[in-house]
Design a protein around this ligand. Sequence first.
Ligand SMILES: *Cc1c(COP(=O)(O)O)cnc(C)c1O
Length: 441
Amino acid sequence: MKTTNTNQSLLARSMAAVWHPCTQMKRHETLPLVPIARADGIWLTDCNGRRFIDGVSSWWVNLFGHNEPRIKAAISTQMNSLEHVMLAGFTHEPVVHLSEQLGELTGLGHAFYGSDGASATEIALKMAAHFWLNIGLPEKNRFVYLADSYHGETAGALSVTDVPIFRTAYAPLVRENFSVLSPDPRLAAEEETAEQYTARALADLERVLQNHADEIAALIIEPLVQGAVGMAMYDPVYLTQARILCDKYQVLLIADEIAVGFGRTGSMFACEQAAIKPDLICLSKGITGGYLPLAVVLCTDVIYQAFYADDTAKAFLHSHSYTGNALACAAALATLQIFRDDDVIVQNRIKAAAMNQVFAPLKAHPRVQHWRQRGMIWAFDVVDAPPGFAQKYFQNALNAGVLLRPVGNTVYFMPPYIIDLAQTEQLTSAALLALEASLQA
Ligand SMILES: *Cc1c(COP(=O)(O)O)cnc(C)c1O
């Protein structure tokens, strides 16, 4: 009884003092916040001792589970020597080491740091436009983005994000850019094959590049999976061809691997599956294993060299207070070490194949369509979902012991990589229970 009272006061205090993200706060009059006390592995434990499987890796950031001893140790050790120093005019071992490793992994270089994913998007957009300015083409300062794209919610990032509910209220603050067809094959016309649809999406991209290349700095793209719209998965051939078109029309390619990077789609980076190298890459979310905010943009040497000059105005004069935070870099280095020590990419491939078997009853459910999987992401759409389905499903899933947060009528799983098959069975049963409960009128 005592804990319940304490929790009620925690919820009331949270409602009074905290403005929760991506939330109509009034909803919490009827849907109480969930007070989390602890987390370990794939489990979140609330203040009453109820446990939930973290089926979305705490908004896609947690790779190796909560309470991961190696990442904790790395942060703790780093804290003994240096927690933070400004990165303008100063440097330190963790940021250099991390930049070297990310350079090796991406084939790009000169890592520029921010904190959240949206700061990486801002950095990449500014860097791309400034690159063209520095080489004498200042009119190349607009961007191409895919329909249904998501690149973050700061003002610049919103200008390349196609999610009306995030964008409409801020329309006067947001610059117009060029939107092209999404390669999501679910958008194919009835008589059209997926291949034909991909070709049509590429033709749309080429039309915009052909007509506007002289005002376009870059194409920004979520490689292989458009996450926020509801895990739209598309063919790598679109990326391969988009790279060719960017080269043909002299437009930079920005790969936003904030969600898909660090093994999520089955390779370290999603671009590898299309055998392409972007001009700029944005990384964040999983980079610290879900421990601390960190974002980074790496670029080609050609871009870097365009800023390297005697003239200060040619420099990339962008900064955030916590740029290159030493604790966050230590967490990222530990995360990369786990990838090597545990052979994560290979092990995930084996695990995902086995998990597909476990998910079979869900896939076979008569109201499930467009079942799809790439790496450690699974998603499906619910046919004839009732109004308010996402909210209902979220609540019913919690009742069944799982954190799942559908987007519209799409339910997805993005579990921490350490999930095992027994836990996958629990996840499947809970997802089925929640589905049945949410389909009831
Ligand atoms: C989450 C996300 C972002 C924004 O990252 P934040 O840390 O939420 O600012 C940008 N791009 C993609 C693809 C994302 O999934």
